[in-house]
Design a protein around this ligand. Structure first.
Ligand SMILES: [Fe+2]
Length: 317
């Protein structure tokens, strides 16, 4: 594998802004089944039971919901320096910072839309306290006996003014591969799914109907089974979590899904994509036409209107 391919090892963690930090933390611990692993100022660090790193989600208090940092772990120190050089050769922007527990130096840059990306190599492997130790030594933490019990942060779906400009950043500077896309009848690319790994996607760009930049469509946590998604839906209605759409199965990428809103207003997907990998090094980009997109999801569920209008931070139109 020739760089930039392989230089990004995986999605490490992401940051959500929330106007109601306490309620968002309670949603993440009680409903998703995440574990709080520290707080610094207005930021709370959370982890799934299967995270080998310190955290996979940062919740930070802000006036408006939205996405902050997407942090990507590189495959080595050399890979990190290669990506930094590529970003700087392309004109940046970029700077170094060290501001997260359990993580070393992060190189901060942005995609074409302005979404903050952080690249890092140094990362402490999580050591659980005795009460959170798993029975099996190949699992970082015991499974939480509450909520959905998600296994990992799976992907981030950005909204973007220009899907292709962001795709260019991901492919050329970070070594992502595009696996699927939506092409409108006009030829414009309305959405693109990309991966750094053998997972069929890690990041997604969807055209922002408002034309604005830097917004979030959703972040997604993966569960072990489809049954977990159905159970999550039951849990949601019992605990007052707003279900936007699902459970159902996407046609694109075939992910089994449930979309909910966390109390701060951000859309959260619970997904089960685990059996599907893209192993082919010469995987052809799968194209979905406007007519195919209009058919709705895999089993015929029409795409809910708010899927095209709700993003964070909200835009007054
Ligand atoms: Fe998704």
């Amino acid at each position: 594998m020739t760089p930039p391919l392989g230089d990004i090892a995986h999605i490490g963690h992401t940051q959500l802004f929330t106007p109601d930090l306490d309620a968002s933390v309670a949603f993440c611990t009680d409903f998703l089944g995440l574990t709080v692993n520290g707080q610094v100022g207005d930021s709370v660090y959370l982890r799934t039971f299967d995270d080998y790193e310190h955290h996979s989600l940062v919740l930070t208090a802000r006036d408006q919901p939205g996405i902050g940092r997407l942090a990507l772990r590189t495959s080595s120190e050399e890979a990190l320096l290669r990506r930094v050089e590529a970003v700087e050769d392309a004109g940046g922007p970029g700077h170094w910072i060290e501001d997260e527990p359990g993580i070393g130096k992060l190189y901060i840059t942005t995609d074409a839309d302005g979404h903050e990306h952080a690249l890092y190599w140094e990362s402490e492997h999580y050591q659980p306290p005795d009460e959170l130790k798993a029975a099996l030594k190949n699992q970082p933490q015991a499974k939480p006996n509450r909520g959905v019990g998600v296994r990992r942060l799976d992907h981030v779906n950005f909204l973007a003014a220009d899907v292709l400009a962001n795709t260019e950043f991901q492919e050329r500077l970070l070594g992502a591969r595009s696996t699927e896309q939506v092409r409108l009848d006009t030829g414009r690319i309305a959405a693109r799914w990309l991966t750094y790994t053998d997972k069929s996607y890690d990041v997604v760009y969807t055209e922002d109907w408002t034309g604005s930049q830097g917004r979030l469509h959703h972040i997604a946590f993966a569960t072990d089974t489809r049954e977990d998604i159905l159970r999550a839906a039951d849990l949601a209605i019992d605990t007052g979590v707003f279900i936007e759409t699902g459970p159902h199965k996407h046609a694109i990428q075939q992910t089994f899904f449930l979309y909910v809103y966390e109390p701060g207003g951000n859309r959260i997907e619970l997904c089960n994509p685990l059996t599907r990998l893209v192993l082919a090094p010469d995987w052809p980009l799968v194209n979905w036409s406007e007519a195919e997109r209009a058919k709705g999801q895999a089993w015929g569920l029409k795409t809910i209107h708010s899927f095209h209008t709700h993003g964070t931070p909200p835009i007054q139109t």
